[in-house]
Design a protein around this ligand. Sequence first.
Ligand SMILES: Cc1cc2nc3c(=O)[nH]c(=O)nc-3n(C[C@H](O)[C@H](O)[C@H](O)COP(=O)(O)O)c2cc1C
Length: 302
Amino acid sequence: MNLETDLGGIKLADPVVMASGTFGYGFGYEGLIGPGDVGAIITKATTREPWAGNPPPRIAETPCGMLNAIGLENPGVEVFLSEYLPRLRKSGAVVIVNIAGRTFEEYVELASMIGTAKGVRGIELNISCPNVDMGGMQLGTSPDMVYKIVDSVKQVTHLPVMPKLSPNVTDIVEIAKAAESAGADAISMINTVQGMAVDIETKRPILGNVFGGLSGPAIKPIALRMVYQVYQAVDVPILGGGGIMSAKDAIEFLLVGAKAVSVGTGTFINPRLAMEIKAGIEDYMARHGHTGLHEIIGAAIL
Ligand SMILES: Cc1cc2nc3c(=O)[nH]c(=O)nc-3n(C[C@H](O)[C@H](O)[C@H](O)COP(=O)(O)O)c2cc1C
């Protein structure tokens, strides 16, 4: 059985990928799950300078999901390149680096620094950050901004570039089309859905940042609907995810057009989930007499 797939030039031995920010840099899971056990690791967002992240509390549990407002805490690109990447390279993992910036210039500088580093197979653009030039509006909510950012990054790197779309928009299809026309090699979707939680005793929002991103099973129907729409509107491959907790969930994403799937919040509950999902996809394919993933990708599109 062939589980190989391809995200716009990023070749994966299997379609299950660790979502950015939910598996760190893959360290600390020894004995549970190894980098070679998953299709790829998408690293925690890396920024030009170290970011301290948001004030606590940064996590709140919700029915069927969680809210997080980590605020992209990370040590910055220089530490990533000098300390984390060499360790990742040694592990043999397929590494996709998630980058975030507050300005176009930061994205471009990051992409050119990462693009020349050994051992990186692709760049995922986190375009859900507030853009200072636009008064804090999220970069990923305007088709023009998405076009400009993808186009600018494509000009400075030969690596496959995969913008990660925010679901917090009116029309995800126009954003995906803007990304494709700017030369995106693949599209990753979805990032978290904006939400909040309230403590009725203190009469205050729970998260230090007030708003956070909702992830987990609660967002799966939203993510599936968006992948279903985008698959029919663009030709570039889609990395689909949002609320995947089982092989069944992952297969749903493949059936609506994802070429690979990302597992995030589910890993917090079961660190071996990605491996179990891979095995479950194999079982499903055997049961249905399929020998290659292409036979199921997009099969549920009407
Ligand atoms: C704690 C936490 C940290 C995250 N950090 C990032 C990040 O650094 N960059 C990014 O693009 N997405 C980040 N995400 C979003 C996830 O990669 C994923 O897109 C989202 O959680 C939906 O998938 P899930 O429901 O499987 O978790 C984060 C999510 C969580 C829960």
